[in-house]
Design a protein around this ligand. Structure first.
Ligand SMILES: Cc1cc2nc3c(=O)[nH]c(=O)nc-3n(C[C@H](O)[C@H](O)[C@H](O)COP(=O)(O)OP(=O)(O)OC[C@H]3O[C@@H](n4cnc5c(N)ncnc54)[C@H](O)[C@@H]3O)c2cc1C
Length: 449
């Protein structure tokens, strides 16, 4: 689904409950009360849609890419959190009848249109405040995750469970306390949206792993690729492998159960159609899991959830391709270059490849071979070059990009970027200065946050 269509569908689903409420019950209260209800309803709808955004569904992220989907997930979460946390403080409580509290069973009779009474009986007030507190913690912990002692996996499980608890308590609160949500069509809307949201958890944690278990892989080899980087080769066990396009990535569960929470995204570095359907990945030691890659047992099972990602040049009618890679960001480019060699692609190509020092350069000899087999120029850039280094030096900075990519920019090439965030920023600034439009830039970030 293209981004514009996705955003339009999202906006409709978020605004629908407000429109439905006003159309059926009508805004008859002071505007601050209406604003509060509107924020609550739009915020709650957005919260339920967050489950879909984070569930890695190809219908959603297939068109815009997982990393953009996750950035939307994070941005929308911040906005909806502010809306939901603010809404209880906007009501003009003095105008409502609270004292003495109206028993829940009398509430509907006392004020059928709920114009003068907020449905804040003991139960709905409790669900409201519990949801409020949990949402505060949910978003706060997600924003400051790196400052917490939790592992990524531990945090992820906690994030999913807390989000489910916020959805359920939020639903109970909306149905009982909401002026509009008690109305049957809106109550049905909340029921359906909550069910869909919770189903995404069942899909992600139960159904999808079951499907993966039916297509197992084996770890065929783990070999050193460069300093603190490894090449991991997987072969399909009893099936025909994975159809993918160069530049895509997969979530891997290595030497563990298909149901394990421990899964990590890695770009496929091999070209499609390698012998025995094998897949190769280049993995850099970056944290608690990747630091153990070198000791993965050969022959152990692996599970591959993919392909994902839109860092794909195939099918794009560009006169040339410039690849700007930093460190392990070479992985998807290597897949593209290997596929280009197989396809005898005759388009001119440029690879600007930045590393700190020579020991970190991945596939150095193969890149040299590729440069001989293809119309490809490989430019190694080192910030700490060894004595006698003949390649470029310094960072893969905006100035270097401007200097090396000017001709490619003029000729209308496409640019593929993958590397650390600082390098990506520099590359974008450099390309913008050369007048390269965003539509000719493809980018993959290896982190979501
Ligand atoms: C689309 C994509 C493609 C990637 N391709 C490669 C590649 O080809 N080679 C490579 O070496 N690295 C790649 N990475 C990065 C790799 O996924 C992380 O380095 C790895 O997951 C870190 O795990 P860890 O437990 O060792 O480190 P941790 O210290 O646990 O995590 C370090 C950071 O990695 C991210 N991360 C950790 N676990 C996950 C997860 N399960 N899902 C998403 N993000 C996570 C988080 O931002 C975390 O803060 C890619 C990342 C993405 C998003």
């Amino acid at each position: 689904m293209p981004a514009a269509l996705l955003l339009a569908a999202y906006a409709v689903l978020v605004i629908l409950p407000v429109a439905l409420g006003w159309a059926r019950v009508g805004p008859a209260r002071p505007w601050m009360d209406e604003l509060s209800s509107a924020l609550a309803m739009a915020g709650f709808a957005a919260l339920l849609l967050e489950f879909l955004l984070s569930g890695r569904f190809s219908a959603i992220s297939g068109g815009i890419g997982i990393d953009r989907t996750m950035r939307w997930h994070q941005a929308f979460a911040r906005v909806l959190t502010v809306a939901l946390l603010a809404h209880p403080f906007l009501y003009d409580y003095a105008a409502f009848r609270f004292a003495p509290p109206i028993p829940a069973q009398d509430l509907a009779a006392a004020d059928p249109a709920r114009a003068a009474v907020l449905g804040l009986t003991g139960g709905s007030a409790a669900t409201g405040w519990i949801a409020w507190l949990m949402l505060f913690c949910l978003t706060g912990l997600a924003i400051f995750r790196r400052a917490t002692p939790y592992t990524y996996e531990g945090w992820r499980v906690m994030h999913g469970l807390t989000a489910a608890a916020v959805a359920l308590t939020g639903l109970l609160h909306a149905l009982e306390a909401g002026r509009y949500s008690a109305d049957a069509p809106l109550a049905a809307y909340w029921g359906v949206l909550t069910a869909v949201a919770l189903f995404t958890l069942v899909e992600v944690y139960i159904l999808r792993p079951r499907r993966l278990a039916r297509r197992p892989w084996r770890i065929a080899a783990v070999t050193p690729a460069a300093e603190r980087s490894w090449e991991v080769t997987l072969t399909p066990a009893g099936h025909d492998g994975l159809a993918f396009t160069p530049g895509q990535f997969a979530w891997l569960r290595l030497a563990c159960s298909p149901h394990a929470v421990r899964e990590h995204p890695f770009s496929i570095a091999s070209a499609p159609g390698e012998p025995e359907g094998r897949l190769r990945f280049l993995i850099k030691e970056a944290g608690d899991f990747t630091s153990t890659i070198g000791s993965l047992p050969v022959g152990a099972p692996a599970y591959v959830d993919g392909p994902h990602g839109v860092l794909v040049t195939e099918g794009r009618a560009a006169p040339g391709i410039a690849m700007l890679a930093g460190g392990i960001g070479l992985a998807p480019m290597l897949s593209m270059l290997r596929a280009a060699r197989t396809a005898r692609d005759s388009r001119p190509m440029l690879l600007l490849y930045g590393n700190r020092h020579a020991g970190q350069i991945l596939a150095r000899e193969e890149l040299a071979e590729l440069a001989r087999a293809l119309p490809l120029e490989v430019v190694h850039v080192l910030s700490e070059p060894p004595p006698g280094w003949a390649g470029a030096t310094g960072m893969l900075s905006r100035d270097l990009v401007r200097a090396r990519c000017a001709e490619a920019a003029r000729a209308g090439w496409i640019f593929v970027l993958c590397g650390p965030p600082a390098m990506l920023r520099e590359a974008r600034v450099g390309l913008a200065a050369l007048g390269v439009p965003g539509s000719r830039i493809l980018e993959e970030r290896f982190v979501y946050d």
